[in-house]
Design a protein around this ligand. Structure first.
Ligand SMILES: Cc1ncc(COP(=O)(O)O)c(C=O)c1O
Length: 458
């Protein structure tokens, strides 16, 4: 632990915050923030709270310099030699939107996605299909998530303009071979957009070397604050995109009737930026690099191996995705025989301080196609250790023991039935009802009114 990544660097893991020590296993949703990130954000507001690239005074100069420094740091990390390809946006969803909405589509052109994309890389295409006449081509992955190159070749039909796939799945932690996919897509004349949300926190994507055209990520999954995303594009292809939003900072000049856009990246960064957030994201990146990506991978794999081995052969614990943790180092996805996933998540939190994600993980299409109610996901990062693995295993075992043969389903029914050890003394997990509602199967036909809007949110 000498190179950082110690739990003590993460205030959210402070042991006296709650009666139970927090065991945070939800980093695939949002990673924790180390002190240097908090410091960088505070420093901005305290020491140089100016706007970048506008005024000429010292605050403005300082923030401009640091903002562009953050851009260069992300370019280096992602393997993009030209920092003009790094665009700061709000999150990965917005980055994917910038590409989808920004390409000048012709009717009938296709986007190729997989059959288990996050809603961020699905709903947009459905909307563009309705509004602009594009077509969606779906690449089926094998049931365990493995990639089949022959399927890719079959689906790379001439009208595919863009291949848009995840790098690492948020369902089970398995990665796709993005180099091979990019080569095959480029051979057929298609552009490639990779959703790197679950990969970039754990590995360098080497964008130039692989030739990926667009890469999207969110800083809040790699030790940074929420509200910062990156679109890393090849500068040449970025120039062809229509900016999603225009206004201040995006133009060289304007008259009452016309304007000229600035080159990338500035044409995509409209209005005053989230300076504190971007500088915090840069501090997160520095922290990650100081620990070292090999070390990060080794730590999460150790935790994952411990959890996977503890449940191996237990028929009540169904593991999702590949068997070998090496093929899914940051995620252990599972379901428990006869236990509703939300009930299990609440039990683990309230009884053992173990925070995992439950439900459909914003991939409703995957579960809906299989008629499944969702599952549980424990995700690991550099601050997790053997104690965290053991707490999860203890919690799951106690839950299964208590449930015995009783089958539990439905969040409120389940929590009432489960003899939960209410360690924190707080009321039922806030928002659990809403989470459960969002994980409900899709209505056959959306009816107007409350039910429709509730079920449709994601
Ligand atoms: C694979 C994947 N893609 C996209 C997203 C969306 O990221 P954001 O909500 O930060 O835009 C997530 C978030 O969980 C994700 O895991």
């Amino acid at each position: 632990m000498s190179r950082g990544g110690r739990p003590a660097d993460f205030p959210a893991l402070a042991r006296d915050r709650d009666r139970l020590p927090p065991v945070y296993l939800d980093s695939a949703c949002m990673s924790l923030v180390p002190r240097p990130v908090l410091r960088a954000m505070e420093e901005y507001y305290r020491d140089y709270p100016g706007c970048a690239g506008r005024s000429l005074h010292r605050f403005s100069e300082e923030v401009s310099r640091r903002f562009e420094g953050a851009r260069r740091a992300f370019a280096r990390y992602l393997g993009r030699s030209d920092p003009r390809g790094i665009v700061f946006l709000r999150n990965a969803t917005e980055a994917i939107h910038q590409v989808g909405e920004g390409l000048r589509w012709k009717r009938g052109e296709r986007v190729l996605i997989s059959d288990r994309e996050h809603n961020s890389n699905l709903i947009l295409w459905q909307r563009l299909a309705r509004e602009r006449g594009i077509r969606i081509e779906v690449l089926p992955l094998r049931e365990d998530g493995a990639f089949d190159p022959e399927e890719l070749e079959r689906h790379l039909v001439p009208s595919v303009r863009l291949v848009s796939l995840f790098h690492t799945s948020n369902l089970d932690g398995r990665s796709l071979p993005v180099r091979e996919i990019t080569e095959r897509a480029h051979d057929r004349g298609a552009l490639v957009l990779i959703d790197g949300c679950q990969a970039a926190p754990h590995e360098r994507p080497e964008l130039d070397r692989i030739g990926i055209d667009f890469y999207a990520l969110s800083a809040h999954k790699m030790l940074g604050p929420s509200g910062v995303g990156v679109l890393a594009g090849r500068p040449e292809v970025l120039e062809d995109l229509r900016p999603l939003v225009v206004g201040g900072e995006t133009v060289e000049w304007s008259t009452l009737t016309d304007h000229a856009l600035r080159p990338a990246p500035h044409r995509f960064e409209a209005g005053l930026q989230n300076y504190a957030g971007v500088l915090g994201a840069h501090a997160g990146l520095d922290y990650l690099e100081a620990v070292g990506l090999d070390e990060v991978r080794a730590r999460e794999l150790r935790v994952n191996r411990r959890v996977s081995a503890a449940f191996a052969g237990d028929p009540r614990v169904r593991r999702w995705g590949p068997e070998d943790p090496q093929d899914r180092p940051s995620i252990f996805a599972f379901s428990l025989e006869g236990v509703d996933p939300h009930d299990a998540a609440i039990f683990l939190d309230e009884g053992h301080g173990v925070m995992v994600r439950s439900g459909m993980h914003c991939v409703h299409s995957f579960y809906a196609a299989r008629g499944l109610p969702g599952n549980l996901r424990a995700s690991f990062y550099l601050y997790n250790g053997a104690d965290d693995a053991d707490a999860l295993v203890r919690g799951v075992r106690e839950l299964l023991e208590r449930v015995g043969d009783r089958r539990i389903s439905g969040t409120s029914a389940g929590t009432a039935a489960l003899p939960s050890r209410r360690a924190s003394g707080r009321p039922h997990a806030a928002g659990s009802t809403g989470v459960a509602a969002r994980s409900a199967p899709p209505p056959r036909r959306a009816a107007p009114g409350r039910a429709a809007s509730g079920a449709g949110s994601g």
